[in-house]
Design a protein around this ligand. Structure first.
Ligand code: NDP
Ligand code: MG
Length: 443
């Protein structure tokens, strides 16, 4: 376990001038100020959610750095064609590397894959692991050597592999924010016990991590997360009742998987990110604010106690924070497009409208309540987003499902993974009930 003092430790900063009361300070999961883990080269990667948006961008980075990055295990859910082409591209770029272990979490897809030599046991396919969450955890625990988990899964299914990587003392390049929303405390205690490290992939948290570098906790006044505002930033409330799925999925700045794209349209994504920042940086909710910044140029900021603000800027290219996390917070050369500040011209900022975007308000409330509330919030949201994507509810009904779930599900403290999973399952059932009733009321 890493016992070096954190720059967030109380008393390590200036003797006077801190406006942050001790009671508002939590323990930071992010290793701010602590030395990062050292690994031999090549860095051995487990890529979960390989076929998704972040997973494919991870492959792009591996192809750029075949000598420094080696994939030892991968997963997908049911996109077998995507996985096949992922593995073929990997084999072409890294012909010397051994075949990675393969986890396919959807049981039916796994059965199909078991007969396909392009996926397993063939010229480019590796050993097939178990289905479901068991296989995702095996992908972390089975490779003889594994240094870094790139957790690019979507949803709370990412929590157990995150915990498994923490127990293996690994670097966790965490895109899967739901891991922390659902199990922030569990992840923190496992990371501390086993000397693992969590490095954020989410662009906002990567920006904050960069701004915090070398800073002390009592220098910080607040964290400021930026939000693009999504496709409905200027849409009047009454029109939000009628928006189509196509409009919801038309994000103005980022090209991402469907679930996070919907979350960006409802601003739930920003709510989940506030909870993620709370756990990562050990900062109380009152000291995390959200500002809408339509261009997605400023990825987030830290305000210091003297009024100074530090920000990290860049083009909206997730490979930048992804490589920064995988590479142990070093800036490796990357062929990203460069930001032309003169072309950008102006940076705009607005306050978020909690009335038109109730998901953000619900997430902040659930985050503050803690315990079971963020688990219920997340489960209800995942269920509602799936219902929207499959045409069973409308965009404006998402916050209604979540609010009803939060109102009917009990709160309470969560002290184990089993408790967290039980709350998660129950909340999904409750959300399904609400959705069925809504669906039956539709014309
Ligand atoms: P995608 O939907 O593009 O990809 C999700 C991946 O997870 C796919 O490989 C998918 O497999 C797999 N998957 C889906 N459902 C399950 C399941 N039930 N069990 C196991 N695996 C599953 O997501 P993104 O890449 O966009 O996002 C991944 C995570 O990163 C999310 O937590 C998101 O919030 C976060 N993030 C994403 C950003 C982005 O730019 N995309 C930016 C910041 C954070 P299959 O393809 O077979 O269905
Ligand atoms: Mg983000």
């Amino acid at each position: 376990m890493n016992s070096s003092p954190s720059h967030f430790d109380r008393g390590s900063g200036p003797d006077s001038g801190s406006v942050v009361s001790d009671s508002s300070v939590g323990e930071s999961l992010y290793p701010c100020g602590r030395p990062l883990l050292e690994f031999p080269s090549p860095l051995k990667l487990v890529v979960l959610g390989a076929t998704g948006s972040i997973g494919r961008q991870t492959l792009d980075l591996v192809r750029q750095y075949p000598d420094k990055l080696q994939v030892v295990a991968v997963s997908c859910h049911r996109n077998l064609e995507g996985l096949k082409s992922w593995l073929a591209d990997l084999a072409e770029s890294c012909p010397e590397a051994p075949e990675p272990l393969v986890a396919i979490s959807d049981f039916a897809a796994r059965e199909t894959a078991a007969k396909d030599t392009a996926l397993v046991g063939g010229s480019s396919g590796g050993k097939l692991l178990a289905g479901g969450t068991v296989g995702l955890v095996e992908a972390v625990t089975e490779p003889s050597e594994a240094h870094c988990l790139v957790n690019a899964l979507v949803g709370s299914v990412g929590l157990e592999p995150t915990l498994a990587a923490a127990r293996r003392g690994m670097r966790i390049a965490l895109a899967n924010k739901e891991s922390l929303v659902v199990g922030g405390e569990l992840v923190r205690s496992a990371v501390q016990e086993y000397g693992a490290e969590v490095l954020p992939v989410d662009s906002e948290h990567s920006a904050i991590a960069q701004c915090l570098s070398g800073r002390r906790e009592n220098e910080i006044r607040q964290l400021v997360l930026t939000a693009s505002g999504g496709p409905f930033r200027q849409t009047p409330a009454e029109e939000l009742e009628r928006v189509t799925l196509g409009q919801v999925l038309d994000h103005p700045t980022w090209n991402m998987g469907p679930k996070i794209t919907v979350d960006s349209a409802t601003l739930m994504n920003k709510g989940l990110e506030v909870i993620e920042a709370h756990h990562l940086f050990g900062v109380e909710f009152d000291r995390i604010s959200v500002v809408v910044h339509p261009g997605s140029i400023v990825h987030s900021l830290v305000e210091f106690v003297d009024g100074a603000l530090l920000a990290q800027l860049g083009t909206p290219d997730m490979r930048i924070p992804l490589l920064y996390a995988i590479g142990g917070e070093k800036h490796w050369p990357l062929d990203s497009s460069r930001l032309d500040l003169v072309k950008v011209g102006t940076l705009r900022f607005e306050a978020p409208d909690l009335g038109r975007f109730p998901c953000l308000a619900l997430a902040l409330e659930a985050g503050r309540a803690g315990g079971a509330a963020p688990i219920v919030l997340n489960a209800a949201n995942e269920t509602a987003v799936d219902a929207l994507l499959t045409g069973r509810i409308r965009y404006a009904e998402i916050p209604r499902v979540i609010e009803d779930c939060l109102a009917t599900s009990g709160g309470g403290k969560i002290s184990s993974l089993d408790e967290a999973l039980t709350v998660d399952q129950l909340a999904r059932k409750t959300a399904c009930g609400f959705i069925d009733r809504l669906g039956s009321g539709h014309p």
